[in-house]
Design a protein around this ligand. Structure first.
Ligand SMILES: Cc1cc2nc3c(=O)[nH]c(=O)nc-3n(C[C@H](O)[C@H](O)[C@H](O)COP(=O)(O)O)c2cc1C
Length: 207
């Protein structure tokens, strides 16, 4: 009985320590990006100089047509998980770099914080269901039928147009998001597939 209590106290201490580390990291990111937490624990800008509100900005950004990706990872101690994003962009050919950005207040933040690798999976036009599924709040554990393990040990989504397996190359604070840059170590492309597109808040297809 006492041994169990000690173990419980120790694991409680580890959880507290991890939580403390997470808070300190978010604080660091917020200071670096000129943001602070408000009373609700959400980020707000310290000095906005914009002449428009965030909804107008969001709608304007939505006019830029993008593809849709599910970014996946499986850091030690976590089940393979994924999250839908459209902030993916190419960065550099040599070295081979890509980026995407993650909301600071995402449920996935702490998991990606621990990941030293991630895979970017570019969804095909017949994968709207997958996009919606992994965009749901608190629903990021990958169903076994949706992925296989890629060459670098990362979960790779089945049926995608292209997958990039990456080592985390850098993390940069970016306002209410963190920018993750990955160095591509493996990639696979299925040229028979057409990509899923996203524009003005709606899914689209190539015409
Ligand atoms: C098409 C689409 C693109 C998205 N792109 C991003 C993105 O680039 N970065 C991000 O953090 N969240 C993005 N999201 C939101 C997440 O997928 C997800 O909805 C949100 O993170 C859910 O909250 P949670 O992370 O707290 O569970 C996108 C959602 C959709 C549907």
């Amino acid at each position: 009985m006492p041994a169990i209590q000690i173990t419980q106290r120790r694991s409680g201490g580890i959880i507290l320590f991890k939580r403390f580390k997470c808070i300190m990291r978010r604080l660091y990111l917020s200071i670096m990006s000129h943001n602070v937490y408000n009373k609700q624990g959400r980020f707000m800008s310290l000095g906005s100089v914009s002449s428009f509100d965030s909804l107008e900005f969001r709608n304007a950004l939505g006019t830029f047509a993008t593809g849709v990706c599910v970014v996946t990872a499986n850091p030690e101690g976590y089940e393979p998980f994924g999250m839908t994003v459209n902030s993916f962009a190419s960065v550099s050919l040599d070295p081979a770099l890509v980026l995407w950005s993650l909301q600071n207040n995402s449920e996935c933040f702490s998991v990606f914080e621990k990941a030293d690798k991630f895979a970017v999976n570019i969804l095909a036009s017949d994968q709207i269901d997958l996009s919606n599924l992994y965009a749901q709040k608190n629903n990021h554990v990958l169903a076994p039928k949706h992925f296989r393990i890629g060459k670098s040990g990362l979960p790779v989504v089945r049926g995608v147009v292209t997958s990039f397996e990456c080592n985390v190359w850098a993390r940069y604070p970016g306002g209410d998001h963190v920018i993750l840059v990955g160095e591509v170590t493996e990639m696979e492309n299925n040229s028979n597939k057409e990509p899923l597109l996203f524009n003005a808040g709606q899914y689209r297809e190539l015409r």
